[in-house]
Design a binder for this molecule. Structure first.
Ligand code: GSH
Length: 281
């Protein structure tokens, strides 16, 4: 584990770490924000952020504006990359497949299956590596953690929380892909990564997973009404399914906002407070 960046930020520290992932078979970077409380030895909860298509660990840490409120609330933020990386990792020239488009699942199809295991990376390998790193640095955690994300990362947050009940104690998303099995982005990558088995697709589709969720973890979703990708997102499908089965969802349609990090930054404080209330409560 090697630290490649560190910057003082709102009394805490924004860092970037690089490590070798055995799950993904490549080196990976992740952003780590340590709030002042963590640096002072107070136990803090963890909050994982999953980014969208084309992003690296940099987009969130440089554009979401999360550090100030995370510092106030005492949240440790972890922002992984969106896929395995490197010359030895399969790729595709399109922005929405291959590197930058891991979709937070374990691929079963060639040539992707060997490296594209972002579900195992985010749920198991990264938390284990992070626990060792934080212990080594004398940073204490409360044992509680949340997850949120944007677009493909919103899909990741929803599906990973639903597929791993008990693992996360808080959940939210910005402009998530709620039903990838029904929209072009999802249909393209699911065909490539999972083949044509409808059951495998449903197992990574938030709207399909809601009915049988073991945890009724409350979900906060923000969605801009001027989002250029609304056809890929379709938040009304999540609303309808949550209404049907009684899953607590707060879906806020935000007039005039698009799909960008300007939108994310505008509502970041609300999401961090949503997580802090659940994680510290
Ligand atoms: N650049 C893509 C769109 C990709 C895109 O908008 N990605 C979103 C996530 S789905 C993002 O966060 N981009 C990076 C950024 O805004 O910093 C295109 O050519 O249409």
């Amino acid at each position: 584990m090697q630290r490649t960046e560190h910057h003082a930020s709102f009394g805490g520290r924004q860092e970037v770490w690089q490590h070798t992932s055995t799950t993904l078979g490549c080196d990976m970077k992740f952003g780590l924000y340590l709030p002042p409380a963590a640096l002072a030895g107070e136990a803090c909860p963890l909050l994982y952020w999953l980014s969208g298509l084309t992003c690296t660990e940099q987009n969130f840490i440089t554009k979401a504006g999360a550090q100030q409120v995370a510092a106030e609330l005492g949240l440790i933020l972890i922002a992984p990359d969106t896929s395995p990386r490197g010359d030895n990792v399969p790729n595709d020239p399109a922005y929405d497949l291959g590197q930058g488009a891991g979709f937070y699942l374990n691929a079963t199809q060639a040539p992707w299956a060997k490296n594209y295991r972002m579900e195992d990376y985010v749920v198991d390998e990264l938390p284990t590596a992070l626990a060792a790193l934080l212990a080594q640095q004398g940073v204490k955690t409360t044992g509680r953690q949340g997850i949120f994300g944007h677009s493909m990362g919103g899909h990741g947050a929803l599906t990973l929380a639903l597929r791993h009940p008990g693992r996360y104690q808080s959940l939210s998303a910005f402009a998530p892909i709620v039903a990838p099995r029904l929209v072009p982005w999802g249909q393209k990558v699911f065909t490539a990564y999972l083949g044509d088995d409808p059951a495998a697709w449903a197992a990574h589709d938030a709207v399909s997973l809601i009915a049988t969720a073991q945890d009724r973890l409350p979900i906060l979703v923000d969605q801009g009404t001027d989002d250029e990708f609304l056809k890929q997102l379709q938040p009304e499908l999540l609303q309808a399914e949550c209404d049907q089965v009684g899953h607590p969802l707060t879906l806020r349609m935000q007039p005039g906002y698009d799909h960008s990090y300007y939108f994310i930054a505008s509502f970041m404080g609300d999401h961090l407070r949503h997580h802090a209330t659940a994680l510290r409560g």
